[in-house]
Write a protein that binds this ligand. Structure first.
Ligand code: FAD
Ligand code: NAD
Length: 450
């Protein structure tokens, strides 16, 4: 690397992608600096996956405590204390933030805790006015929640604020039908909040298998969640008592105490100086990159949400690893985007890998087979919980390979992560069937579908 620059690599953003790229590039011997304008760890650790999953665990106790009675436990009427859960989660996040800071320290990555912008293909300006140069710049600034431009939108909160609420509202309306909407619908419902999901379209969780989505919707309705479909929000009105009136196209307005916008995330490229540096942007302001994460300016790379490819932490991490190994490690590698497992931590959760049935229909015509197992988990039967799980396997008729796996039910994400290895490895349905069941489990359904 040339020594005419202050650094070999300057990373903007210490989130999932930026952390991995900084650490690995430094381990490969590069002189690395990273700028973080908020908190080290990024969205996933500070206000995404990690605190969300802890809230999912916290929320699930509502059902566990209820079910425990059927298993012989005398459970007194329990009271949920939100500030206790909130503060414990926030403390855990702070602990993790400290660990991430230590990782940077240990790898001799210089951390600037301030905003950075680009002033040229090799130059960065820090918020305090300092200018630094680097042979390579990696933009890993992530994404930010979208809020529609409608009157009163500012009365709603986003996932940025949801982890710090002073109290759980009595009623919440959640705008959107994707990941965040369905995960927080479950969380708030378990906390005894009256939840209404407001969707501008007619389906939730686009991209997931239709039968699985329908099952989540049915279970949600049975639990008492409210849904509004084809209901674009047009205006939000704050009433004198502080409550909100949400006006939607073609529907009666609804009154609520809190509105959560969960309508997608937008790449963080605004005001970054990318235009001045000559970096080409695509739809939504995403940085356009090639298979090696290189932008239209050869010295500038980008990974993670800011490229708007797949907005998931493990994908950002893989992209960052590939970038650091390719540019600084002398071992070129690329991310394989086929068969990325994903999950929605709803109540109950959904998990999937590979093609949905409708994707198989589009791609293979009639040349695919589906197998389903629709069952009530043993624990739910004894608990008297009328909640059925659904597992679905899609098989390519010609090759007999399992090309899609879709699940809804307790622990589905935990089970699917292991099964995704078999799908990624291209195993056939017969090889699934040859595997002896592990009894009694829910996962055994995967090898028993005929
Ligand atoms: C509520 C929620 C739940 C989620 N749950 C999951 C989940 O369960 N599983 C999963 O895989 N994914 C989940 N995600 C998505 C996941 O968090 C993101 O895909 C991931 O964090 C993207 O990593 P990144 O490195 O691209 O960006 P980020 O992790 O967002 O990091 C970007 C960092 O850059 C900083 N930054 C931005 N601009 C500048 C600047 N100009 N100067 C300095 N610093 C800057 C930001 O402060 C941030 O720390 C969730 C997201 C949300 C919002
Ligand atoms: N479990 C996980 O892995 C997980 C959890 C949370 C978030 N994430 C990531 O973060 C991203 C953002 O999450 P999200 O739930 O905000 O987005 P999303 O893309 O999952 O869902 C957005 C939803 O909002 C709707 N929508 C979009 N614009 C709208 C508008 N103007 N009015 C009303 N509805 C509108 C869409 O139809 C869709 O239903 C996800 O795409 C995902 O990649 C992942």
């Amino acid at each position: 690397m040339t020594k005419t620059y202050d650094y070999d690599l300057f990373v903007i953003g210490a989130g999932s992608g930026g952390m991995r790229a900084s650490r690995v590039a430094a381990a490969h011997g590069a002189r690395v600096a990273v700028a973080e304008e908020y908190r080290v760890g990024g969205t996933c650790v500070i206000r995404g996956c990690v605190p969300k999953k802890l809230l999912v665990y916290g929320a699930h106790f509502a059902e566990d405590l209820q079910d425990a009675r059927r298993f012989g436990w005398e459970v007194p009427d329990c009271r949920f204390d939100w500030p206790t859960l909130r503060d414990n989660v926030l403390a855990e996040v702070e602990r993790l933030e400290g660990i991430y800071g230590d990782i940077l320290d240990r790898h001799d990555v210089e951390l600037f805790t301030q905003r950075a912008t680009l002033t040229g293909p090799n130059e960065i300006a820090l918020a305090d006015g300092t200018k630094v140069t680097a042979a390579t710049i990696l933009v890993a600034t992530g994404s930010t929640p979208m809020v529609p431009d409608i009157p009163g939108a500012e009365h709603g909160i986003t996932s940025n604020e949801v982890f710090n609420l002073p109290a759980i509202p009595r009623r919440i309306a959640i705008a959107g039908g994707g990941y965040i909407a369905n995960e927080f619908a479950g969380i708030f419902h378990e906390f005894s909040c009256r939840v209404t999901l407001i969707n501008r379209g007619d389906r939730i969780l686009r991209g997931y298998d239709e039968q699985i989505r329908d099952r989540l919707l049915q279970i949600g309705l049975t639990k008492g969640l409210n849904f509004r479909f084809n209901a674009p929000i047009e205006r939000v009105e704050k009433q004198e008592d502080g409550s909100l009136l949400i006006h939607m196209g073609g529907q009666e307005p609804i009154e609520t105490d809190m509105l959560l916008w969960a309508v997608g995330r937008q790449p963080n490229t605004g005001g970054l100086g990318l235009g001045a540096a000559g970096v080409k942007l695509g739809r939504n302001g995403a940085i356009l990159v090639d298979e090696d994460n290189q932008s239209s300016v050869p010295s500038i790379y980008a990974v993670g949400d800011v490229t708007d490819r797949v907005q998931l932490t493990p994908v950002a991490i893989r992209e960052a690893q590939a970038f650091a190994d390719t540019v600084f490690g002398g071992t070129p590698s690329r991310v394989d985007y086929a068969n990325i497992p994903s999950a929605v931590f709803s109540h109950p959760p959904i998990a999937a890998v590979g093609m949905t049935e409708s994707q198989a229909r589009d791609k293979l015509g009639g040349e695919y087979q589906t197998y389903t197992s629709d069952f009530r988990p043993m624990k739910n039967v004894l608990a008297g919980r009328n909640e059925r799980s659904l597992y679905k396997i899609i098989v390519d008729r010609e090759t007999q390979k399992v090309i899609g796996l879709h699940m809804i039910g307790p622990d589905a994400p935990e089970i699917l992560q292991a099964a995704a290895i078999a799908v990624k490895a291209g195993l056939t349905k017969a090889q699934f069937d040859e595997t002896i069941a592990l009894h009694p489990t829910m996962a055994e359904e995967l090898v028993l579908m005929r």
